[in-house]
Design a protein around this ligand. Structure first.
Ligand code: 13P
Ligand code: SF4
Length: 324
C-alpha cells in the first residue's frame, strides 16, 4: 500500500522533530540491513550521540572497534578516529559519519616532519597521540590517548620520549612523569585553546563550589585550576558519580551537552561556551549517517594500504597491551 507522508505542520519545530524521528527510524532499519554499528564520540551533536550504539572517548571507541562483530562501522567523529577503527578492525568496512570531518591538530604533523624530528633526536622513542594520521603512527613506537598517555609513558621506562603532536598533552604527561624528559612537537587543539582561563576564574567566582573538569589538551593555566584532568569519558564519569551539583567543563561543548542531558538536576558550565565547539565534530548530522548507510559509497570507505597499516597497527597494539 502506498504510504503518504504526513502533512507539513505550520510549526517548524514540530516538522524538525518529525523529520528526526523518520531519520532515526530509517537509520535503525538500515543498520539492521547492513549489520552495522554506529560509534559516536562525546563531542558529536546530541542527536548523533543519542542514536549511537556506543558512545565514548578515543580509547573506549577504539576498544569497541577492535571487538565488534558488525560488518560495517560508521564512525561519528573525525578522520583519525575512523582510521584507528580501520586499523584495529581491518576486515570491516569503515565509514566516517561525515567524510569531511578532520582534526586540525592531527594535521599539524606529517610523516616527513616526524622523520626529521626523529633525526634530531636519534634513538628516542616516539609516543604518538591517537590524534595523528596512520602515516605518522607508522613512524612512531607507541600510540596513546588522553585516557592512558601517562600510563603508557610510565610503562615505557625510557629516560626521554618524543611526544607528538599536542604540546599541551605533552606538558601534562611531563607534570605527571617528571622522571622522563618529554620533548614535544608544537601542535595544539584550536578548540581547547579558545577557552580562556579568565572565564574559568569568573565562573569559579560565581560558583565557588563548582568542580573544574579539564581535558589535557587545555592550556596549562586552565589545567592548574582543575580539580580533575582526564579524557572525555573520564570527565563524564567523574561528573556523573560526583555529589557536587555544579561543574565547569573545560572541553568541547558536546561533553557539557551530554552531561546536561544525563543529569538535569546538576549545572554544567563551559568557559567561553560559544567558542568551545569543534566545527569538525559538528559536521555529522543524522542525514549523513542515513545516506552513508544507504549508499555505502566506495569512494568514502576508509582504506589504508596494508604495508602502512601493519606498521601503524603495531603502535596501537602495543598501546592496548600496555594500557588498553
Ligand atoms: P578523548 O580521547 O579524550 O575523547 O579526546 C579526543 C579529542 O579529540 C579531544 O579533543
Ligand atoms: Fe581535533 Fe581538537 Fe576537534 Fe579534538 S577537539 S577533534 S583535537 S580539533
Amino acid at each position: 500500500m502506498l504510504q503518504t507522508a504526513p502533512a507539513l505542520s505550520a510549526d517548524p519545530k514540530l516538522n524538525r522533530e518529525r523529520r528526526l524521528a523518520e531519520l532515526k527510524q530509517e537509520i535503525q532499519e538500515l543498520k539492521q540491513l547492513r549489520n552495522a554499528v554506529i560509534l559516536s564520540h562525546l563531542y558529536e551533536r546530541l542527536e548523533v550521540q543519542n542514536i549511537a550504539d556506543h558512545l565514548g572517548d578515543s580509547l573506549g571507541l577504539s576498544q569497541v572497534a577492535a571487538k565488534t562483530d558488525a560488518d560495517v562501522i560508521i564512525f561519528c567523529g573525525v578522520h583519525f578516529m575512523a582510521e584507528t577503527a580501520k586499523l584495529l578492525s581491518p576486515q570491516k568496512k569503515v565509514f566516517l559519519g561525515n567524510r569531511n570531518a578532520g582534526c586540525p591538530m592531527a594535521d599539524m604533523i606529517t610523516r616527513d616532519d616526524l622523520i626529521r624530528f626523529k633525526a634530531d633526536h636519534p634513538g628516542v622513542p616516539v609516543v604518538a597521540y591517537v590524534n595523528t594520521s596512520a602515516e605518522v603512527k607508522a613512524e612512531s613506537d607507541v600510540c596513546c590517548t588522553s585516557a592512558n598517555a601517562v600510563g603508557v609513558v610510565r610503562a615505557l621506562q625510557a629516560p626521554k620520549i618524543l611526544c607528538v603532536p599536542d604540546q599541551h598533552l605533552a606538558k601534562y604527561i611531563q607534570s605527571q612523569v617528571p622522571e622522563v624528559e618529554v620533548i614535544c612537537w608544537n601542535g595544539f587543539c584550536p578548540t581547547h585553546l579558545r577557552m580562556h582561563v579568565e572565564d574559568v576564574i569568573t565562573l569559579k567566582k560565581q560558583y565557588p563550589e563548582a568542580l573544574v573538569l579539564a581535558h589535557p589538551e587545555c592550556d596549562d593555566p586552565i589545567k592548574d585550576l582543575a580539580d580533575f584532568i582526564g579524557s572525555t569519558t573520564k570527565i563524564r564519569e567523574t561528573a556523573l558519580k560526583s555529589d557536587q551539583r555544579v561543574f565547569i567543563v573545560c572541553t568541547e561543548d558536546g561533553v557539557r551537552q551530554r552531561l546536561a542531558d544525563d543529569c538535569p538536576d546538576k549545572l554544567f558550565l563551559t568557559p567561553t561556551q560559544a567558542c568551545a565547539v569543534c566545527p569538525n565534530m559538528k559536521l555529522t548530522r543524522l542525514e549523513n549517517i542515513r545516506n552513508t548507510l544507504l549508499n555505502m559509497p566506495v569512494e568514502e570507505e576508509i582504506i589504508i594500504p596494508e604495508n602502512l597499516a601493519i606498521k601503524a597497527r603495531r603502535t596501537l597494539d602495543l598501546m592496548m597491551e600496555i594500557h588498553g
